[in-house]
Structures are given as structure tokens and as C-alpha cells.
Write a protein that binds this ligand. Structure first.
Ligand code: SIN
Length: 282
């Protein structure tokens, strides 16, 4: 295989930088296949120093599967509806005005859909001087380090997910009736086997998991909180400090992530994002 880039693992529980690759140009077949393999291995890939138009960013994502549009169509990029904008710049018309910033709770993107997406892309356009990092967790490691009895118990459980539930409720915008109809509750196994790697990963998250199906609500909450506390340990995470032009691609079947804040409201932070795979389309 003739591959034109270098992969440099982060040394943390997940993540690798992909160097010497300009994503503005179409990917060759070998590069595309090697990147898919690297994504499965490292869960999160960081491509520094990119300078992409909206069309180029979306085209890059399509190497990994069809793009799934988010139901919050008010945040679509004006030039490319396959991308959404995450921004604190209110006057852009895309900035969030919720009490809490978008995505500032651990979540796996779109886990509230019956067919959640496979991967996500985040691309940094404007970043604050300091703060505004994104934390990612390796959900294979999170599951595999649980005691065996707990693993066995979890394998028999399912969880209910919903967009408007969870710890991030105050970060989410109010849905229109039409949007609400597109996101009824979804039920997923608490442990999901990754269809490509065959590895088991924990699949509950504070942002969208509402409860454990068939379990007493209080007992379910205790269990979920224990799992979230376990997952948030530093040994399972990678912290990404954004530089303008960083593009990240991450496998949502094996990870969750959270925005961390820590910057002032006068500093601008704008990312573009896309969701890849799954079968839902807005
Ligand atoms: C998100 O996943 O919703 C946002 C992540 C970030 O802004 O860091």
C-alpha cells in the first residue's frame, strides 16, 4: 500500500496525529483505506494545519461514509448543509445562547437515534487563546477495565436514550414540533460490539442516556453514575487543545467526548462539524 502520510500516536488512551496530508485534495484509494484503518486503531485522528472550504471538509468526510445531517437545521453551514456550525459568536446567527455551551457534557454523537452515526468530524475555524479544549474517552478501555462480574451484568442491559434528556439538557436548544418528531427515544444495548473491530465498548453517556430499561429509576441512576465516574478517569481520556485548522475525526462507536469551556465569552470559538454513517437523514 502506497501511503503518503505519517501517523503519530498521542500516547494517551486514544488519538493520533496524521501528518503531511492536505485534506483539500481528493484522497487516493490507498490513503483513504489507510485512514479508515488508522481510525479504527486510534479511535480519534487529528489532522493539523488544514485550510478547507466547507465543500472540501464535507467531501473529506464522505471518504468514511454518507453524511447524516443533524436535526437542528438552524445550525447548518450556509454554504454546505452537510456541515453544522458550533459557535459562541451570537451575531453570526449560529451562536448558541443556551445557559450552557453546546456539547459541554460527555456524549456520543446522536446516540439518541435508532441508528447512531459511526463517526464525527470537528474542524476548528476560530479558537480561544486558552481553554475550549475537547476531551475524548476510549470506551473500549472503559468497558474492559470494569470487573468481570460488572461486565457480565452490563451485557444483559439496555438503555433508553433521548436528545432532550441527560446532564446537558440546559445546553440544548428547544426543538420545534417537527424536530421533536424526528427524535423519539432510542434503545441500545449498554455494551455494543463494534461491527468492524469486534471489540465491546460501553455505550451509555451522561448527555443522552435517560435510564436503564426495566430497572428501578434510582438503582439505574446509581449504576449509570458509577459508570460515568469510571469513564471520566484521566487514564481513559485524551484532551485536545485546538489550534485553528485542526480537523479531528473520531469513531463514536468507541468513544464519547465533551467540550470543556474555560474561556471568556469575549473570545470567539467556532468549529464546523459533520456526522458520518448511520441511516437517519434529516
Ligand atoms: C460537541 O460535541 O457537541 C462539541 C464539542 C466541542 O465543541 O468541543
Amino acid at each position: 500500500m502506497d501511503v503518503s502520510f505519517t501517523v503519530k500516536p498521542s500516547g494517551a488512551a486514544l488519538g493520533a496525529e496524521v501528518l503531511d496530508l492536505d485534506l483539500a485534495a481528493p484522497l487516493g484509494e490507498d490513503d483513504s483505506a489507510a485512514l479508515r484503518k488508522a481510525l479504527l486503531q486510534h479511535i480519534l485522528l487529528v489532522f493539523p494545519g488544514q485550510n478547507l472550504t466547507p465543500a472540501q471538509a464535507a467531501q473529506f468526510c464522505r471518504n468514511f461514509g454518507p453524511i447524516t445531517r443533524h436535526i437542528l437545521d438552524q445550525f447548518y453551514h450556509p454554504e454546505e448543509a452537510d456541515l453544522c456550525i458550533i459557535s459562541n459568536v451570537v451575531e453570526s446567527g449560529k451562536g448558541r445562547t443556551t445557559a450552557r455551551m453546546a456539547g459541554s457534557y460527555w456524549h456520543s454523537d446522536l446516540s439518541y437515534l435508532a441508528e447512531p452515526v459511526d463517526a464525527s468530524m470537528l474542524y476548528a475555524i476560530e479558537v480561544p487563546q486558552s481553554g475550549g479544549d475537547t476531551l475524548f474517552a476510549n470506551m473500549y478501555d472503559v468497558f474492559e477495565t470494569l470487573p468481570e462480574a460488572v461486565q457480565t451484568r452490563l451485557r444483559g442491559l439496555k438503555a433508553v436514550h433521548n436528545l432532550m434528556s441527560g446532564l446537558g439538557s440546559d445546553a440544548k436548544v428547544t426543538l420545534t414540533d417537527a424536530q421533536r418528531l424526528k427524535v423519539p427515544v432510542a434503545i441500545h444495548p449498554v455494551v455494543r460490539r463494534h461491527p468492524e473491530t469486534g471489540r465491546d465498548a460501553l455505550y451509555v453517556n451522561p448527555g443522552f442516556t435517560r435510564r436503564i430499561e426495566g430497572m428501578d429509576a434510582a438503582d439505574g441512576e446509581v449504576l449509570l453514575q458509577e459508570l460515568y465516574d469510571h469513564a471520566a478517569q484521566e487514564r481513559f481520556t485524551y484532551r485536545h487543545q485546538w489550534r485553528p485548522g485542526d480537523l479531528t475525526l473520531f469513531d463514536g462507536r468507541a468513544s464519547m467526548h465533551t467540550a470543556t469551556g474555560g474561556y471568556t465569552s469575549t473570545e470567539r470559538r467556532t468549529l464546523w462539524r459533520a456526522f458520518i454513517g448511520g441511516r437517519y437523514a434529516a
